[in-house]
Design a protein around this ligand. Structure first.
Ligand SMILES: Cc1cc2nc3c(=O)[nH]c(=O)nc-3n(C[C@H](O)[C@H](O)[C@H](O)COP(=O)(O)OP(=O)(O)OC[C@H]3O[C@@H](n4cnc5c(N)ncnc54)[C@H](O)[C@@H]3O)c2cc1C
Length: 193
């Protein structure tokens, strides 16, 4: 007898099963493939070559999950990758992207001087967006439409964070950062007259 059965031993199934087991539940994880990990696995796709079948870098796995499930104790280790990206082209040209932004810009400039000039601005934009979005990944979204004081408080916190992001400086409207459902609720476009 099990307290919970998790179907699929991908990243999310394993994390859910780990937390349930940690809470004392007896958990069964069912996986249809011959290995666990879902889209986050390394496989021998061609004889003699082990590659990431899909996900190739740790970006969505939350540090809190790593800590809570004591993954390091079980061998989890993050290795920095530099160069971070390599794109070969059939005509023999190639693009490398590095941890060092200056080197990346030099590489980009071989394709487009304009892109190379704008790349630092783009990276700053992505970093600011990530700082805004990342804390939300571990939070329950606010209830919509808000009914209780706690719902209004949660929405206000979200709005305040958006304002601190100063989207106007990034050349976009603050509303662009909201999920479509929140946006339509705020603009009233989902209300029937
Ligand atoms: C091409 C690609 C590249 C990506 N790159 C990155 C990256 O670089 N970094 C990153 O952080 N994220 C990346 N992602 C996203 C990341 O892979 C997913 O967020 C993550 O794998 C989601 O985990 P999951 O457990 O929800 O689903 P999955 O990883 O898809 O796992 C689902 C599991 O369920 C199993 N399953 C399904 N149905 C059944 C069934 N009926 N019975 C038994 N088992 C079943 C499947 O075999 C699979 O093992 C990438 C995704 C893709 C597709």
């Amino acid at each position: 007898m099990y307290d919970a059965i998790v179907v699929g031993a991908g990243h999310n199934g394993l994390v859910a099963a780990g937390y349930l087991a940690r809470a004392g539940w007896k958990v069964l994880v069912l996986e249809r493939r011959h290995l666990v990990g879902g889209a986050c696995v390394t496989e021998e796709v061609f004889p003699g070559y082990r590659v990431s079948t899909a996900a190739y870098l740790v970006s969505l796995l939350q540090e809190r999950v790593v800590r809570d499930l004591e993954l390091r104790r079980f061998g989890y280790e993050v290795l920095p990758k530099d160069p971070a990206y390599f794109a070969p082209y059939l005509n023999g040209r190639y693009l490398f992207m590095y941890a060092d932004q200056r080197r990346t810009c030099e590489a980009l400039a071989r394709f487009s001087r304009r892109d190379a000039e704008r790349y630092p601005t783009y990276e700053r934009f992505v970093e600011r967006m990530a700082r805004f979005v990342e804390p939300m990944l571990l939070e329950a979204p606010p209830n919509l439409p808000p009914r209780r004081p706690a719902d209004f408080a949660a929405l206000s916190r979200l709005g305040w964070r958006l304002l601190r992001l100063a989207p106007a400086q990034l050349g976009i409207s603050p509303a662009c950062l909201l999920p479509p459902r929140v946006r339509s609720w705020m603009t009233g476009s989902n209300r029937t007259s």
